[in-house]
Ligand binder design. Structure first.
Ligand code: SAM
Length: 448
């Protein structure tokens, strides 16, 4: 592996006698790790990742695409260092309280799905991605995870200025120069340059300046990148502290630091750096701040209310759900919003570009309910209400490729198809044939 010259020079100076170990580890393959969805999957009997309750190393990299339980949202493939978010959150936030949380740079959804596993049911996550196509992928991964207490938005950071003092917690996993990904993705080296580092640092400052008014007084900001240089990391934190009032939070890195995480203390700033020759994971940086500036919370006033479904339909649909929801009708789509968040979600929908909110339950066609795919994957699905058909591996893969496996012969109506008891989606049984209702744009294009 040939590092960019300027990068190598800087890292040699930073790492001194550790440089050969850093260089050598880049000749080794990356670890494969996953994070379980605790709402869908029991713990595995595999090597755990020390700083999270849900992460595991896999002995080798399987084909995730050909594992139906992956499509059922039972786990997320994520490198281990990023999962340290759990420590940042647990060590600085009271997770028993109802919280409003923003994940500002959220696609494809690693941190957001992790946050959903850590937050209680009374907390609401706003998962945002500025790039439209990436916001769709984010929405897909969030739907697979199954939580209803989340809104996916597609907004520029500056749009959050309308939400003064709204959030208790904010995660800014900033777009960066990606030095920590060189081992996993050597192509990242081609885009690297000193100029790009400076550009990234400037963009990160703009993002932080844009979004910080939306954080409450005493709210927590978690800033992270997957790069090593100080400009994009501790210097940006220094810049932020200089321009506003924050209390920097130190984190415990446990067991005499046998996690291998490096603590940086510089001009009163605490940051935590992950080097691949010291931790079982890729390069990463994380720092946590508590806002001390005054921030008056915005008053939620909405001009337009979301249209509700009729009482008759609401009764039928609420039987499909484990808890009573507010049911709204968007054109022909019935969407379930957790009742405790209906005001917030309504208000967010008036102020942001919302991609998905709550759970899409069904399409309403001439008084007939056609179940939506998100409903099959939802943690709110009342499975007692539906016929279930358990599929073999071959049948499950055929279903995910949107083929029509021969199942449910002679039966009629909508049925939930499962693999290893995990819901995969819907089919419409027509007696002598079936309609596969798997979303066309999620179709698996491998195998078979
Ligand atoms: N948090 C994600 C996860 O854990 O899966 C990874 C986020 S990635 C490091 C950074 C994200 O920031 C990308 O999805 C990128 O599209 C987005 N982004 C790019 N430019 C941005 C900008 N100017 N403001 C906010 N986000 C931006």
């Amino acid at each position: 592996m040939q590092f960019p010259e300027a990068f190598q020079k800087r890292m040699q100076a930073t790492l001194a006698e550790e440089w050969p170990a850093f260089e050598a580890i880049h000749q080794q393959p990356s670890f494969t790790s996953i994070r379980l969805n605790p709402a869908k999957q029991k713990p595995y009997d595999l090597t755990k990742i020390a700083w999270t309750d849900f992460g595991y190393f896999l002995p080798e990299r399987p084909s995730f695409t050909l594992d139906p339980t992956f499509h059922a949202g039972t786990y997320y493939v994520q490198e281990a260092s990023s999962m340290f978010l759990e420590q940042a959150l647990k060590q600085t936030v009271d997770l028993t309280k109802p919280l409003r949380v923003l994940d500002l740079c959220a696609a494809p959804g690693g941190k957001s799905t992790h946050l959903l596993s850590l937050l209680n049911q009374e907390s609401l996550l706003v998962s945002n991605e500025v790039i439209r196509s990436r916001a769709s992928i984010l929405s897909e991964n969030i739907q697979k995870w199954g939580n209803a207490n989340v809104v996916v938005t597609n907004n520029d950071p500056k749009d959050f200025q309308r939400l003064n003092g709204f959030f208790d917690v904010m995660v800014v996993d900033a777009p960066c120069s990606g030095e920590g990904l060189f081992r996993k993705d050597p192509k990242a080296m081609e885009e690297w340059s000193e100029d790009n580092v400076a550009l990234c640092a400037q963009r990160q400052q703009r993002i932080l300046a844009d979004v910080w008014p939306a954080l409450k007084q005493d709210g927590i900001l978690i800033y992270c990148t997957c790069t090593y240089n100080a400009k994009e990391n501790e210097e940006n934190i220094g810049w932020l502290i200089h321009n506003s009032k924050f209390k920097i939070q130190s984190l415990r890195v446990e067991h005499n630091n046998d996690w291998g995480v490096e603590e940086i203390i510089k001009n009163g700033i605490y940051g935590y750096r992950f080097f691949p020759h010291k931790v079982k994971g890729e390069g990463f940086f994380i720092s946590v701040l508590r806002k001390k500036d005054e921030a008056e919370e915005v008053t939620m006033r909405t001009k337009t209310q979301l249209p509700l479904v009729s009482k008759k339909i609401a009764e039928r649909v609420n039987d499909w759900l484990l808890h009573t929801h507010q049911l709204i009708l968007l054109d022909d789509l019935i969407v379930a919003l957790p009742e405790q968040f209906s005001t917030e979600i309504n208000w967010l929908a008036n102020n942001l570009n919302v991609v998905t909110k709550g759970t899409a339950v069904a399409m309403l066609k001439h008084e007939k309910l056609i179940p939506e795919h998100a409903m099959a994957l939802s943690l709110e699905l009342n499975r007692n209400q539906f016929t279930e058909i358990e599929l073999s591996l071959d049948q499950a893969l055929a279903y995910l490729r949107k083929e029509t496996p021969l199942i449910g012969e002679g039966q009629k109506g909508f049925a939930l198809v499962t693999y290893k008891n995990h819901p995969l989606g819907w089919v419409n049984l027509l007696g002598n044939r079936i309609n596969n209702l798997y979303p066309a744009n999620w179709r698996v294009r491998m195998g078979g």
